[in-house]
Design a protein around this ligand. Structure first.
Ligand code: HEC
Ligand code: HEC
Length: 304
């Protein structure tokens, strides 16, 4: 895991030079090393992927995970890679790592009211987080991703809740999450990478800093569109390589800010924002269907 982080750091510094010039590069070079995220489990290294028929599926799954547009483009509708939210290629604890996910399915999910297989859980991330289409069960894309997750979970105990699974749950904030305060956190701590307009930054068509709202980001049905989920992810992992540096309140506020901005419509949209809220977003930690800053949140066109 450590090696993965260092490689990423180098990539980030190079990207910083290209994207934002000396300021960002200097910042990245000066950034403190990532806090050590201890976890009971360490997945096998990349070098353990062999050239067998199974190993080739694992390698393909890894390639899809890191660049789904290039390797599973038919099912992807935005600019996000799986690894943009499941950091370190799906290895990092507290960033919904694949090794902890693999051993947790089949599992009942309130989101769709039945027991989901692992493959069905993967379908959900394509539909919502990737703002795309679910690959049909048995599709080569799902087979490859399942192989990759199974490989990462080698030796993990099945059916247990592993330390580092999912994203951390933050305690309720002292003061209700506030998009206005969050905007100031965003300007100071996030905009240099994700852009002042939240749309991310790319170099020669390669997405280096992913979009946190707008057409290139996750849609309203995604887990990350829930401010409690986003706040937990942000607190543990953002600003990149400085996880844990924001206060809980700052993480809640900046999550409230990005999750009250425009983003692609929920694919389950009924045609009516208030009704869609009642059916799918009736949750104190969703701004969907609420008015923020004079704008009806979630009032986006239906997906084509
Ligand atoms: C140094 C650059 C940098 C800074 C600063 C930074 N991020 Fe990120 N962020 C990234 C990168 C790069 C990724 C994707 C990680 C990967 O692929 O390994 C990411 C991923 C994300 C994601 C998930 C993917 C997406 O686009 O939705 C969210 C949400 C996010 N960041 C929010 C924030 C917030 C909020 C802040 C400020 C508190 C912040 N980031 C600060 C670089 C940064
Ligand atoms: C915008 C961020 C984002 C992107 C992009 C994304 N996911 Fe997720 N993913 C999440 C969130 C949020 C969860 C729910 C985690 C939780 O509630 O603890 C999740 C959950 C999962 C889970 C279940 C984890 C568990 O522990 O139960 C799997 C497996 C998964 N995603 C795979 C993928 C794959 C494969 C892709 C790419 C095709 C992908 N994700 C893209 C945010 C994202």
């Amino acid at each position: 895991m450590r090696r993965g982080r260092q490689t990423f750091g180098l990539r980030l510094v190079t990207a910083g030079l290209a994207v934002a010039g000396a300021t960002l590069a200097g910042w990245a070079l000066a950034a403190a090393p990532p806090p050590s995220k201890t976890s009971a489990f360490s997945p096998p290294p990349v070098s353990a992927i062999d050239d067998s028929p199974f190993g080739r599926q694992v390698a393909l799954g890894r390639a899809i995970f890191n660049d789904p547009r290039a390797h599973a483009g038919a099912y992807v509708g935005n600019g996000l890679a799986c690894s943009n939210c499941h950091l370190d290629e799906g290895r990092l604890a507290h960033s919904a790592p694949l090794w902890a996910a693999w051993v947790a399915y089949p599992q009942y999910r309130a989101k769709n009211g039945h027991v989901n297989t692992f493959a069905e859980r993967l379908q959900g991330c394509f539909e919502f987080s990737e703002n795309g289409k679910a690959p049909p069960l048995g599709d080569p894309v799902l087979v490859a991703l399942e192989s990759y997750a199974f490989f990462l979970a080698r030796g993990a105990p099945t059916g247990t809740h592993m330390a580092g699974a999912g994203y951390p749950k933050l305690a309720a904030p002292a003061s209700p999450p506030d998009p206005g305060r969050g905007a100031r956190v965003f300007e100071t701590h996030c905009a240099m990478c994700h852009g002042a307009n939240g749309q991310g930054q790319s170099v020669r068509g390669q997405n280096v800093f992913p979009a946190v709202w707008g057409p290139g980001s996750y849609n309203w049905g995604a887990g990350m569109a829930q401010i409690n989920t986003a706040a937990g992810f942000i607190k543990a992992n953002m600003p990149l390589a400085r996880g844990g540096s924001l206060t809980d309140q700052q993480a809640w506020d900046v999550a409230a800010y990005i999750d009250s901005q425009p983003r692609p419509q929920d694919p389950r949209f009924t045609g009516d924002v208030a009704q869609t809220r009642r059916r799918f977003h009736d949750d104190p930690y969703s701004f969907y269907g609420k008015v923020v800053d004079g704008r009806l949140v979630g009032d986006e066109p239906r997906r084509p």
